[in-house]
Design a protein around this ligand. Structure first.
Ligand SMILES: [Zn+2]
Length: 75
């Protein structure tokens, strides 16, 4: 799992989750499903959004370089 892949999965989960939440206007129980999908984006975020060089959490850093060691992230 690369950082870029984890970011894409996380973004896809957020978009899908919000889409499901919007559908809750039609079918209310979908609200919980959508919330669960949005919350699940935290899993790839915390497990894989790490620098491949120093292993530290990148947090909100969406850039190409690690803010801890300054090395390039995408691989
Ligand atoms: Zn680093």
């Amino acid at each position: 799992m690369t950082v870029n892949k984890a970011r894409k999965i996380r973004d896809a989960l957020i978009v899908a989750g919000f889409a499901i939440v919007l559908l809750a206007n039609v079918y209310e129980p979908l609200f919980l499903v959508g919330t669960a999908v949005v919350a699940s984006c935290l899993i790839p975020h915390f497990l894989y959004n790490k620098c491949p060089h120093c292993g530290k959490q990148l947090g909100r850093n969406e850039g190409k370089y690690c803010q801890h060691c300054g090395k390039q992230i995408d691989d």
